[in-house]
Design a protein around this ligand. Structure first.
Ligand code: ZN
Length: 418
């Protein structure tokens, strides 16, 4: 059904109630749970008999907070590098798959090109459609550039750093850089002083250089293990330096291609800092063929996005719901831990206390998943994403399907594209 039943005729918001088989909160897995919201805000949660007749019942489903993706380039054919309309396509693709808060990542480009892109996306940040912008570059290591165009890379000159921080005032969330570059540590300090998070990534930094970067203000490791100097027993490199610091958030692309499950378990040893990111590109959810990532041609071959003519991965086609499923499956994390890595922990990374956790006072963003963790329902700010609403409870007189009965809660998995 498409009618949003959030408001009464008088315009006053009615409290809505959803019951479910299980609900994930940071401290416990609640059985036979219910959650209530009014307007866009969660009002209360509980177990057992709900305080009023539920509007929706999903006894076979688990309710988790809406996912938060802090590193994503695109999806569903849309890309954050290609202006506001394409960005909306990308964010809608991920929203339908349960990602209700999303930071748009831009690949490396000339400073003037990045200024323009920040400007194009700024409106979507101020309107709340995007949670911020992540500059992945242009201050990255040539050696570990991955899917960034070599000619776009540079060292962080003082003026360039100020230009991009100026263009991104109020909308920039994160900057990924290689701290070993000339001016790298100074850039880390300037970025953090501007209230933006500095991340180490695409880097040839040594262990000591990474420790110095953390002391200068770095608080995130960008897709740890990927596109960085590998671990060696005499030169542990950036990954070990980042993992040793309990205050540093560690991003990981948990798609079964980027990182071995055992390495994800290593990161999960510091569960309060593990952050699942998709690093998805426009090709996510699309058929095999040729796609663009910034100035690079990307070939989607057997579902793998590769820099054309090479075997180098160019981002992913992952969604966060799939990352959670991978972490519960091959990685072996428990459900709460995997969900937290895609919700509460990225919320903490972004300094957001209004999303990421199912509790009274937070935004009513939630995802319904079935026993196999496939997404079957998505609520964003108290409104069901079109096509992602569970069947209404039979006891509610909506005039729709009230006589059929018996099937409520049987939510089909409708959205897993890849
Ligand atoms: Zn990326």
């Amino acid at each position: 059904m498409s009618v949003q039943r959030g408001a009464t005729a008088g315009g006053e918001e009615t409290e809505r109630i959803l019951t479910c088989g299980r609900m994930v909160t940071p401290h416990r897995l609640m059985a036979s749970a219910w959650i209530a919201w009014r307007g866009e805000t969660i009002t209360r949660i509980g177990c057992g008999v709900p305080p009023a007749e539920p509007d929706w019942e999903a006894p076979g489903c688990t309710v988790v907070p809406g996912f938060i993706d802090t590193h994503v380039h695109g999806g569903g054919g849309g890309s954050f590098d290609d202006g506001a309309d394409s960005a909306r396509e990308a964010s809608a693709y991920h929203r339908r798959r349960g990602t209700t808060t999303l930071v748009a990542s831009l690949v490396s480009d000339q400073v003037s090109g990045l200024e323009r892109r920040i400007c194009e996306l700024g409106g979507l940040v101020t309107s709340g459609e995007l949670a911020g912008i992540h500059l992945e570059g242009p201050w990255l290591s040539h050696e570990h550039r991955g899917a960034h165009v070599d000619e776009a890379l540079s060292s962080p000159m003082h003026d360039d750093v100020d230009r991009l921080l100026g263009a991104g005032t109020g909308v920039l969330a994160t900057v990924t850089l290689a701290p070993e570059l000339p001016g790298g540590l100074d850039a880390v300090r300037r970025v953090t002083e501007a209230g933006v998070r500095a991340a180490v990534g695409h880097t040839a930094a040594t262990y000591d250089q990474t420790v110095a970067a953390v002391h200068a203000g770095v608080s995130i490791g960008t897709h740890v293990f990927n596109a960085m100097r590998p671990i060696h027993h005499r030169e542990p490199g950036p990954a070990v330096a980042l993992m040793e610091r309990p205050e540093v958030f560690a991003e990981v692309v948990a798609d079964g291609r980027h990182v071995h499950p055992a390495m994800i378990r290593q990161l999960a040893a510091n569960p309060a800092r593990l952050v699942l990111v998709s690093d998805a590109i426009s090709a996510a959810g699309q058929p095999d063929g040729m796609y663009a990532l910034g100035g690079l041609d990307v070939e989607l071959r057997d579902g793998r996005p590769l820099i054309a003519g090479s075997c180098t991965l160019a981002g992913s086609t992952l969604t966060l719901s799939e990352a959670v499923r991978f972490c519960v499956g091959p990685v072996g994390l428990d459900l709460q831990q995997a969900v937290a890595a895609a919700t509460a922990t990225p919320a903490a990374l972004l300094g957001r206390d209004d999303v990421g956790v199912l509790e009274a006072g937070r935004r009513a963003d939630l995802v319904l998943v079935d026993a196999e963790l496939h997404v079957g329902g998505v609520l964003v700010g108290g409104r069901w994403e079109p096509g992602m609403e569970p069947d209404p409870a039979v006891t509610v007189n909506t005039g729709l399907g009230a006589a059929s009965g018996g099937m409520h809660g049987a939510i089909p998995a409708r959205t897993e594209g890849n």
